[in-house]
Design a protein. Sequence first.
Length: 165
Amino acid sequence: MAGYQLAQLNIARMKESLESPSMADFVGNLDKINALAERSAGFVWRLKDESGSAVAIRGFGDEYIVNMSVWEDLASLSNYAFRSDHVEVMRRRREWFHPMAEAYAVLWWVPMGHRPSVMEAKERLDHLRAHGATERAFNFKQPYQAPGSRLEPLPQRPEAACPGI
């Protein structure tokens, strides 16, 4: 995937504010899960503010949290999302977040070194919602190769993994 890296966005609509006692376990695991991502093979960058967190960054409304990152490739992101301790936290997502009827996660290729903005990510998610998976915006179920890459088998999502990232 020379010249490209994989960007990902996922959003979640909170059932309560982050200060609520019902969100304490989620908030308490954020630093651990973010550190796990940053130590994971293939991790490049994640959205965060000066404090090192992204929970205050809002681009989809006050009740939504945003997670955005860049990875070397789809396999690296897939390994982190579906084959690490990240899965244990995601299995509990229904405790903290409302189910979403429309797409809440999107993947897309960015030129190496590019760091996407929340507005760029929002446009990609809107594109996925409007058009389904395309080369411009896709998901784990229907991934696309990086532009100009050789056709190689893309990693398949494990059946037992949770659907969110």
